[in-house]
Design a protein around this ligand. Structure first.
Ligand SMILES: [Zn+2]
Length: 266
């Protein structure tokens, strides 16, 4: 008996010491699909030319993200708060407020690249695995891994969405997403300074209109920290890459003329 406990303890310690990847890429995709289905029922979405445009920018970035070939998708939530988030296995959402706050295309690309990086680096798999261990849901996760399907997957999907559907990643994950995001932007051909500029905008907004960045700040490290870090990472990076496009400005104009975006339900 004692032996068994020691084995179990060693197992848990080993888990704590490494990035937890108890779920496969296929499971991540399955969970993300489940979560996406629930979100689609709740979240007001912006369609039309703006959505087509966002998907094109997103796909171009995703094509340059190393890692598993996830079925990436990009959607616009019709909410005024500045925010963006990634579900496990591919779905990325950007709030309309974030698209309107971006001053040029490279800033929007920066926001998307950060979210794509979370997915490509499998940060959700780490968080779900840690969460499952912490909440005694290993059995449930095992059921999903064992492919017993439907209802159980939905339960884990619900766990993913619990607490307002946005996953809270670790500080290290956030740093990695910024670093990897810069790489993705550069190899996809955008000026990587766009991400830094967007963080500067957020920092300014936090003083002027705290309500518009509250959600973002609850799931991300402070923009001030990120500005400093990004600045250091961009030192020595040669200037160049796309900064803006007429299409981005057209889409932004259309969004700004639409009926005001809703406030996100609390
Ligand atoms: Zn993030």
């Amino acid at each position: 008996m004692a032996n068994m406990w020691m084995t179990a303890a060693a197992f848990v310690l080993a888990l704590a010491a490494m990035p937890l990847r108890l779920i496969s890429v296929a499971d991540e995709i399955k969970l993300g699909n489940e979560a996406q289905r629930s979100l689609r029922k709740e979240v007001p979405e912006v369609g039309g030319a703006a959505a087509t445009y966002l998907a094109r920018i997103g796909r171009r970035l995703a094509a340059h993200a190393k890692g598993p070939r996830y079925p990436y998708s990009f959607s616009i939530a019709n909410y005024r708060e500045i925010n963006a988030f990634a579900l496990p296995g591919g779905p990325v959402w950007v709030h309309r407020g974030a698209m309107e706050a971006a001053a040029n295309e490279s800033q929007l690309a920066g926001v998307l690249a950060h979210e794509v990086a979370h997915i490509a680096r499998r940060h959700a798999a780490d968080q779900i695995s840690k969460g499952a261990v912490a909440n005694g849901l290993l059995g449930l996760l095992g059921a999903v891994l064992g492919n017993s399907g439907g209802a159980r997957t939905a339960q884990i999907g619900a766990q993913v969405l619990a607490g307002g559907y946005m996953m809270k990643f670790s500080r290290d994950d956030e740093r990695e997403a910024d670093r990897f995001g810069l790489e993705i932007m550069r190899s996809a051909g955008w000026d990587a300074r766009g991400l830094l500029e967007f963080m500067q905008t957020l920092r300014a907004r936090a003083g002027r209109d705290p309500g518009s960045v509250e959600v973002f700040l609850s799931t991300h490290p402070s923009p001030a920290d990120r500005v400093e870090r990004l600045r250091a990472q961009l030192r020595g990076v040669p200037k160049g890459g796309t900064r803006d496009s007429a299409e981005f400005q057209r889409v932004r104009g259309t969004l700004k003329r639409m009926a005001p975006a809703r406030a996100m339900p609390k």
